[in-house]
Design a protein around this ligand. Sequence first.
Ligand code: PEP
Ligand code: MG
Length: 922
Amino acid sequence: MAKVPKYVYFFGNGKAEGKAEMKNLLGGKGANLAEMVNIGLPVPPGFSITTEVCTAYYQNKQNYPKSLQKEVLTALAKVEKAMGAKLGDAKNPLLVSIRSGARASMPGMMDTILNLGLNDKTVAGLIAKTKNERFVYDSYRRFVQMYGDVVLGLKPVNKDDIDPFEEIIEAKKHQKNVKLDTELTAEDLKELVVKFKAAIKEKTGHDFPEDPLVQMWGAIGAVFSSWMNDRAIAYRKMYDIPESWGTAVNVQTMVFGNMGEDSGTGVAFTRDAATGENYFYGEYLMNAQGEDVVAGTRTPLPILKLKEQDAKLYGQLDKIRKTLEKHYRDMMDVEFTIQQGKLFMLQCRVGKRTAFAAIKIAVDMVVEKLISEKEALTRIEPDQLNQLLRPIFDLKEKEAAVKSGRLLAKGLNAGPGAATGRIVFNAVDAEAWKNRGEKVILTRIETSPEDIKGMDASEGILTARGGMTSHAALVARQMGKVCVAGCDELLIDYAKHTMTVKGKVLKEGDWISLDGSTGQVIEGKIQTKPSEVLQVLVEKTLDPKDAPVYQTFEKVMAWADKYRTLNIRTNADQPDQAANAIAFGAEGIGLCRTEHMFFGEGKIGPMREMILADTLDQRKLALAKLLPLQRKDFAGIFEAMKGKPVTIRTIDPPLHEFVPHEEKEQRALAQSMGISYEKVKERVEGLHEFNPMLGFRGCRLGIIFPEITEMQARAIFEAAAETQKKGIPVAPEVMIPLVGNVKELRHQEKLVRATAEAVMQEQGVKFKYMVGTMIEIPRGALTADEIAEVAEFFSFGTNDLTQTTLGVSRDDAARFLVPYVEKEIYAKDPFEVLDRGGVGKLMKIAVEKGRSIRPGIKLGICGEHGGDPSSIEFCHLIGLNYVSCSPFRVPIARLAAARAALLNPAAPAKKVVKKAKTSRKK
Ligand code: PEP
Ligand code: MG
């Protein structure tokens, strides 16, 4: 008989059944609670119900596995024994919390119940024990409120509605003529409990359960159910967390931070999560429960203040900080509670951090010898580098705005960066405005997990309440959003859609700007400027000595270059793009789309003449006009690249893309060419294609009109000769697009080589060059061995290879791509992340076939996937030599390539390549 799996893991009394490595089974929270117990930290006893139960629950019509009940009761008995208290005991009641805990942290997305075990009987026992009637009734009303909301479903119906429980509290405060919750007496709170229960009964039809075991199972069920709530689903989508992981449920003894002035609660990071600075960073509140800190209803104190208030406690906590960092070798995020002077750790996990912090912490930890360079690289997600490349305000403009009195207020600098946008007051509006193309700043009294989609839609987030670890601050940093939190001068009126600050009234739709690095909130729009890294590398307006963020970035890049085996090239058509890419560390151009050049100064006219020409002579005349213009473009690129390889593709798009389709423009063209409008119209109609991406394009153009290829090859080689004569080395690589049959390539190759020989003779110079092809249609991949007889290199054009393999037009897919991804038919948009199972298979075949004939063949990718970390990993795995991506993604590709090499040590070894450094643009 198959062994029944173990579903429940106990922790407490210095020993735990789980450990940190069991995250998949116990969730992050459960595994780390067990680990903290195992390393001797003070943790209230409890147990974790495994993620397997969650999966079984959903697979089995929301029923639990049979053996669960017994296991839970056994673990509960152990907790009761450890605490010397019993759930539901009138004299000595045990109270527990019930919390979710998935494998990956999903802050605030699922439900939590605190103070479970309270009922009309146990309340008396707790009062006798604590001698604090007000505290007990406060806990009781919080429990009934949470239970009513989470388990029994009494919530606001509309976005502008007030919470039904808050409504009752507000009425009570009004009746008592008090402002704060803390001004309510034990008697008031007791009445609130009665009113809450009545409201639950009236509005949901359910009785609030008095039996603690019924309460416990209700809460466990609610937490498992919250795995499938809207915000958890949205969060999983955003962070690629599979539904199949499920959540664990942790049942843990309650400890109270609201048992008087010698009690308190806090959340902290072992380093600054926003900047990465190495100091104890966090917040606490005395006489409060955890939710008060996180929900942002009261603004907490910085953790360093605890030193003044209670040096011994602070010392104990600081020692734990060091123990945790040494043990986990990472920056940790902890939650703690002090109950009547005694410290308890409630949670620890690897701390979420901004990109700035991720990079700084990784680099600092290498210096502190906590981790290795390799480990540091695997800890930085390549896309995080995007945050370093984010804009900051134009300082002068900002100064002027502040001087002219536009500084509205200052809050906490919770998410660095600069954002400017129009005010909206709720998440639903934020999404709607974003969808109509507006830039918005989500402005809230405080945010809650319901706001997640609206936060994602916003440029920045502004809140009136809450600290650096409030929901708004945590989530914004994780999303890489600009955030100013706890800006308490703001008076926000949701119903009127206004915000009043210093007597000024701002309405929905007004512009404001947030400086997430200083916490300033400024009226109006302010221009933004490139990041520090861009200012050093691209603008060259900042000295690296004065740019600490750049210095750290550069270290990471240097380490990445040490470990990657893929070369990184760029897709660039203009000399300035090429120069930017080199500054970011590109080692060559992987794709120069010549057709983009035809839209440049003075070229579109002769191009159109060439297309509309009736005879070969006419066409040659037009091409002769284009030749010097193209030559100039190529010379500019060769000069910028200083001998680095430059892959230039011959003309690729269908010709109708170059001609005007509007009557007005067609008439103007007819006039300038001295032909009739009717003639232009007729020729343009003749170029029409039903599916413009699979018609007369790619090498087909150069085969039917060889003089076009000849002209382009001549322009390339004459530019090469000219550049070389100036003493600048050149390495041209001519690339023929859309080849599906070796004969196509052979035809074009002959023309190209003949032109190269002719130019070298005419100019009296010799230079090396290559001829190769794009592999971008399935037949090209499947016959790559034949093609490799001719091609000296392949570059995978995965944009076209994706559309031709999937039979999905890249221009017409938008209508169904999003629903396809939502329905999980496609795991990701295949034009963004390479489809390994289909397109990837063809690439693998092409690599093997290509190398079988020409072992030294150079292999690269130049589709958009060349800048996507997951696709880059795949390119590493199948042994490509390089990836080519847009200039601003080059740093991301460098890091992604290094991670691919480090995380896949067994991947096919390629020869180690010489790598270029990031360089300040000359
Ligand atoms: C491709 O198809 O992947 C490619 C790079 O070419 P283009 O996008 O210009 O068709
Ligand atoms: Mg293509």
